[in-house]
Structures are given as structure tokens and as C-alpha cells.
Design a protein around this ligand. Structure first.
Ligand code: TYD
Ligand code: MG
Length: 470
């Protein structure tokens, strides 16, 4: 009988070590090593492991092959029934791919994938939905709510990896959903379900399963706000694609964001709204986000954020009030707090607005987080607007990064952003003169696209505020 060995796996970074230590040498975390019994793999298992990530069509991987002699992989894509999700996947589902769908508990991962299951079962072929979290009756109840009849939708309540692999091999479905990876158990590991070693081992095996059977598999993984819980973060490098479902629990909008994709562009987003009967696609998100905007309030600005290939217009709001306790606070929602502090400093020093002694609050409306610096100008203008109690024109869109000298810096894909603003009926677009700004201004103003749409450029934040808040 093969000798049983133990190894120690760091629950923080997943590093493997042969002996126990107080501190993980890989990531430096204390007290995170956990003992795991390592059953040696059979030669067949090892062979399968070596195939990992390589599709069956590329045989004999040991001999180097000349590039022109490699047949291009013609991937037919399976549409999942939701255009918003297809775009994030890079144009549909690739057979044999393993896709991780991460998100906070309760955000709607099971709902989304049950809806996708319903669509695939209706249009493509049998679907196997494996749940280790909910009973079949609970899933049935949700399916009824979502109006899924599911003639070809098989449910399986299971947590053992062997049972799952067996079922997939027997059924050969068109799609498999594993809900969630934190509940799956590989029998030969002693670690608890949800621990890093379990989650990782199960994902590796599911990857092999997807590659050998060419069945696409969605794996659901829970993440907490900090993203620390064993799971998605550790799995990102194993799987083919990682999608995150995000949004504020108390807002109805949900963003499906691609953060990794071996078969398409990353950073694409799909927008959904959680309604009483499930997730509904939002095909024109900008129009929806701007629909309940208070146009006659100070401290409101419209910015354009590029989400993948798609420009998204959103409202940012700021509120500036005198600080009562001599210790001014600033809070943000959806905007990087450090960025806000930086913009406040630039407003103070370069524009001469003494916002320093004030409490400042800044939000992105709709519950989203925007990391792009192109919204700097909008955020700074919203703060100035609230501070000076002056309105930014309701038909104006602001685009531009703000530098520490108070200059406006060029942003990428400017033309695309400006055109999106015109398409949504805005009349003025304030952009940096740096980079392509002036050329674009002349081009668009000359082209009369729509006739009353005007592009205005500014070289600095001070000049831009003159224009926006006069
Ligand atoms: P769920 O898909 O169970 O979340 P996750 O799998 O990410 O933990 O979704 C849970 C929330 O979605 C729950 O609070 C109820 C809400 N919901 C709706 O608002 N409408 C619906 O049609 C469904 C099915 C759920
Ligand atoms: Mg769930």
C-alpha cells in the first residue's frame, strides 16, 4: 500500500509545505498552515493531470510543433440566452471551459445560473445543476418563481466530488453548474469543505472533467467583501474565466464583470436588474441609471466610465457641509477614498476652494464602484458645485483625469465616450484639451453630430470649473 504522507497548506495563499511552521514562508501570514493528508495519485490520475488546460485536440504535447502547422481552434460558442452575459463571456460559452462565478452571498449567483440553466435546457440540451447548498425543493421553488419549466434540467443535491464526476460522465449534459465550490468535497483530502486545499483540489478536478468531456462547467464561489475567504481568489489562476456578480445588496442593479477570460476580452460588463421574477437584462444601462436624476440639485455631475468596450454614463454626487466638530470627515461610496482626498487637496491648493474645513461625501449613484481616473473631473466638479451652491448644467457630461498640478489629463477612448454622451441626448461635453482633446472637439463640432451637441475643452481643473459652474 502506498505510504500516506501529510502536507501543510496555507489557508491564506495556498502555499504547500512539508512541515508545520508558525508563519507561512510564502505570504508571511501567521498560523495559517493546516495539515492535509496527501494520498498519492494513481498513474492514471497523474496522466489526466498533465492534460490539464490542454484541449483533447492538441495531441502529443511533448513534441514541439511549428506554428503554421497548428490547426486553429475553431470554437463554436453556445449562447447562454442572455446577450449581457454572452458579451462578458467573450461571445458565448466555449465547450469544455470552466468558469468561476464569484460574488457575495445573496447577490444572485444561484438565480443567474438557474436562469442560464433554464435557457440552455430549453435551447441547447440537458443541463445538470448540482447544489450542495439548497435542497431540490428549494431550487424547484426558485425555478417556479423564475418561470423555468426545465424539461431537460436535471437537479442533483450532492457534495462528493466523485458523485458529481460520475453524474456528469453518465449524463453528458450540455452544461453543468456546481453551486457552490465551497461545499464540494474530494474524498481523499481530510481538510474541511470550503478550506483552501479542498476548494483548490476540487476545482482542478472539475477542470479536468470539463476538458476531457468538453462539457462547459460553471462553478459558483462565495466571496466576502474583503475577498479573504478561501475560494475565488485562490482559484482565479486555475479556471478559464472568472466572472464576478456585484452590486449593493439593497440596490436592484447587478453587474456581471469579467475579470479573467482565456477566450475573450476581460473587463466587459453585463448589467442586470434583480426583480421579483429574477434577473432581467438592462440593455441600455446609462439611460436607466440617469433616469431618476435630480437635475436641479447642486453637487451632481454626469461622468462616463469605460466598462470594457462599453461606455457607461453615471451620475456622481457630492455633498459638502461645514464641519461641526473641527475634525472634518470625508466618506465615499463607489469611489476610491484616497482619490477623493487627493481631489480635495487639488481643489484647495490649485483652485482656491477651501473645502478642507468641511465634511465631504461623494457617491456613485446606483451602487456601483468606478475605479477609472476619468471621473476625476466629474467628482471634483460635483464637490465644487455643492461647495459653491451652483448647478452644473443638467445636459453636460464631464470627462477628464485631474493631475496634482491641477491640470486636466487625457483619458483613453475619448471619442467613444463623447459619442455615447451625444447618443443619450446630452448637449455639452467638457473634456481635457490635452492629448486628442482639441482635435476631437474640432472634429465633432464641425461634423454637427447632433446639430446642437457641443464639445468644450479645458486645460486645467480651474478652467473647467469656470465653464461648468459659471
Ligand atoms: P441567490 O441567487 O440565492 O444569491 P446567491 O446564490 O448569490 O447567494 O439570490 C438571493 C437573493 O435574490 C434573495 O435575497 C432574493 C433575491 N431574489 C429576487 O429578488 N428575485 C428573484 O426572482 C429571486 C429568485 C431572488
Ligand atoms: Mg446561492
Amino acid at each position: 500500500m502506498a505510504k500516506i504522507r501529510t502536507k501543510y497548506i496555507c489557508q491564506q495563499c495556498g502555499g504547500e509545505h512539508s512541515k508545520w511552521m508558525g508563519k507561512c514562508p510564502d505570504c508571511g501570514a501567521w498560523n495559517t498552515l493546516e495539515e492535509v493528508v496527501d494520498v498519492p495519485q494513481s498513474p492514471a490520475q497523474q496522466r489526466r493531470q498533465s492534460m490539464l488546460g490542454i484541449s483533447p485536440s492538441t495531441h502529443n504535447t511533448h513534441t514541439p510543433i511549428l506554428l503554421p502547422q497548428i490547426k486553429p481552434l475553431v470554437q463554436e460558442r453556445i449562447p447562454v440566452g442572455y446577450a449581457e452575459m454572452d458579451r462578458v463571456l467573450g461571445g458565448g460559452l466555449v465547450p469544455g471551459s470552466l468558469i468561476l462565478v464569484g460574488g457575495e452571498p445573496g447577490i444572485g449567483k444561484s438565480t443567474l445560473l438557474l436562469q442560464v440553466s433554464g435557457e440552455i435546457a430549453k435551447n441547447v440540451g440537458p443541463v445538470l445543476y448540482i447544489s450542495g447548498e439548497e435542497s431540490m425543493e428549494q431550487i424547484k421553488m426558485r425555478a417556479e418563481r423564475l418561470d423555468i419549466t426545465g424539461e431537460q434540467l436535471y437537479l442533483l443535491a450532492a457534495v462528493e466530488l466523485d458523485v458529481i464526476i460520475e453524474a456528469v460522465n453518465r449524463l453528458k449534459p450540455a452544461l453543468v453548474i456546481v453551486d457552490s465550490i465551497q461545499t464540494v468535497l474530494a474524498g481523499h483530502l481530510t481538510a474541511a469543505p470550503g478550506s483552501i486545499s479542498q476548494v483548490r483540489e476540487c476545482t482542478v478536478q472539475l477542470m479536468q472533467l470539463a476538458k476531457t468531456t468538453q462539457v462547459p462547467i460553471f462553478v459558483i464561489g462565495h466571496v466576502t467583501k474583503e475577498g479573504t475567504v478561501a475560494g475565488p481568489k485562490v482559484l482565479e489562476h486555475i479556471v478559464d474565466a472568472v466572472l464576478y456578480l456585484e452590486g449593493e445588496r439593497y440596490h436592484s442593479y447587478r453587474l456581471l464583470r469579467g475579470v479573467k477570460n482565456r477566450f475573450g476580452a476581460t473587463h466587459e460588463i453585463g448589467v442586470f436588474e434583480m426583480q421579483g421574477e429574477g434577473l432581467v437584462e438592462v440593455t441600455n444601462p446609462s439611460a436607466v441609471f440617469l433616469s431618476d436624476r435630480a437635475v436641479n440639485a447642486s453637487g451632481s455631475a454626469v461622468v462616463v466610465s469605460m466598462e470594457g468596450t462599453r461606455p457607461l454614463l453615471v451620475e456622481v454626487q457630492a455633498l459638502v457641509t461645514p464641519s461641526n466638530f473641527g475634525n472634518p470627515r470625508s466618506t465615499t461610496n463607489g469611489i476610491d477614498h484616497n482619490r477623493l482626498v487627493m481631489l480635495m487637496a487639488v481643489l484647495t491648493k490649485r483652485v482656491g476652494l477651501a473645502v478642507g474645513g468641511h465634511d465631504v461625501y461623494a457617491n456613485v449613484v446606483g451602487g456601483f464602484t468606478i475605479e477609472e481616473p476619468s471621473i476625476d473631473l466629474g467628482v471634483a466638479a460635483a464637490i465644487a458645485s455643492s461647495y459653491r451652491e451652483k448647478l452644473i448644467p443638467a445636459d453636460m457630461v464631464l470627462i477628464g483625469e485631474v493631475g496634482l498640478s491641477g491640470e486636466l489629463r487625457a483619458v483613453s477612448r475619448l471619442s467613444l465616450r463623447v459619442r455615447e454622451a451625444a447618443k443619450l441626448g446630452f448637449k455639452r461635453c467638457l473634456i481635457p484639451s490635452a492629448g486628442q482633446g482639441n482635435r476631437l472637439r474640432n472634429e465633432i463640432n464641425d461634423a454637427n453630430l447632433p446639430s446642437d451637441f457641443k464639445v468644450v475643452t479645458a486645460s486645467s481643473l480651474a478652467v473647467a470649473l469656470e465653464i461648468a459652474l459659471h
